[in-house]
Design a protein around this ligand. Structure first.
Ligand code: NAD
Ligand code: MLT
Length: 315
């Protein structure tokens, strides 16, 4: 592809310092301005050639129309959910992400939530801090021999499968694109969702958020699950319908949930966060030193490749 001139880049969030360093080593002037309000961002963005974001900056049509020189929007993370890709494409702006930089971190947090759900670790720790010594209340169940359903067998789904297999879990799953032959090679038996729901002790979702995945777990599908099924969402808020999850927790159809993501972040409605059988995190899947270093470095190198006219990845 033809080289594209990028002389200035705005980083609007806390992105690993390697990002700025790599861009500057390649002659690009970098300004870091985290925590801008939308009006401030619209005023600031107008002259920059490039913008680097994580999840918090909403790069909507208004922001894009205020950017007169913008040629690249780079997300140091997986997916481009917070960028209006149609509006950017109409203005000829390239949108790219770093799809694999945080895979391991998101998979590890998923496993941590599965383990915490099986042994009530956060609730027991909280109880200890309150001065209690309650051994009966926190009786758990082994993961060994249990069935884990993995919906979405891409990068993170695969890493979750191999890690949870080491705990002796049977891993089953569903993905419309990754073939059963491929996933059989990593020990995941694929089947239809209709076959999957009633078999699982635990379900974890690892799909993008899109029309076909909104409310994958809803009243209808919770009803098809084993009573007491435990669920994890470390992917995107809304893949598990939040109102249906609360109803399933209340009726005990769902025995517990581990949530890293919410439809609204931070969630104003605290019903799920405050539920005793919910373990939640403030969108920490990618929040490790290693993942942030990889994503910051990857997005900077991808921008530099663009400047040099090399073929693009993560677009
Ligand atoms: P990926 O693209 O590698 O895998 C997604 C998989 O979902 C693909 O194999 C795709 O075929 C499958 N899929 C699509 N539609 C489906 C459907 N209807 N039913 C079942 N499967 C379907 O993505 P990934 O890197 O594994 O990321 C998975 C999710 O995790 C994404 O939503 C991503 O944004 C999210 N994520 C969250 C964090 C975090 O901080 N919590 C960090 C990284 C990624
Ligand atoms: C995500 O894909 O969820 C993000 O990469 C999260 C982040 O930037 O911390």
């Amino acid at each position: 592809m033809a080289p594209i001139s990028i002389q200035t880049v705005l980083i609007s969030e806390s992105v690993d310092p390697r990002c700025k360093a790599i861009l500057e080593e390649n002659g690009i002037r970098v300004t870091e301005k985290p925590n801008m309000k939308r009006d401030e961002l619209m005023a600031e963005i107008k002259d920059y050639d490039g913008l680097v974001v994580r999840s918090a900056t909403k790069v909507n049509a208004d922001v894009i129309s205020a950017a007169h020189n913008l040629k690249i929007i780079g997300r140091a993370g997986t997916g481009v959910d917070n960028v209006d890709v149609d509006a950017a494409t109409k203005k000829g702006i390239i949108v790219m992400n770093t799809p694999s930089g945080n895979t391991i971190s998101a998979a590890e947090l998923t496993c941590a939530l599965l383990m915490s759900l099986s042994r009530n670790v956060p609730q027991a720790a909280m109880s200890m801090k309150q001065g209690n010594w309650d051994r009966k209340k926190f009786m758990g169940a082994e993961l060994y021999g249990k069935v884990l359903g993995i919906v979405g067998l891409g990068r993170i789904g695969k890493e979750v499968a191999s890690r949870m297999q080491s705990f002796g879990m049977r891993t089953i799953g569903y993905d419309p694109i990754t073939t059963p032959e491929v996933t059989a090679g990593w020990g995941v038996e694929q089947m239809s969702l209709e076959q999957l729901w009633p078999q699982c002790d635990y379900i974890t979702v690892h799909t993008p958020l899109m029309p076909s995945t909104v409310g994958l777990l809803c009243d209808e599908t919770f009803a098809k699950c084993k009573k007491g099924v435990k669920v994890v969402n470390c992917a995107r808020g809304g893949i598990i319908d939040e109102a249906a999850l609360l109803r399933a927790l209340e009726s005990r159809q769902c025995g517990g949930a581990g949530l890293d993501v919410f439809v609204e972040e931070p969630p104003k409605n605290r019903s799920l966060v405050e539920h005793p059988n919910v373990i939640s995190c403030p969108h920490l899947g990618a929040s490790t030193k290693e993942a942030q270093a990889r994503c910051g470095e990857d997005i900077a190198l991808q921008i530099v490749d663009m400047v040099k006219g090399k073929s693009l990845v993560g677009v």
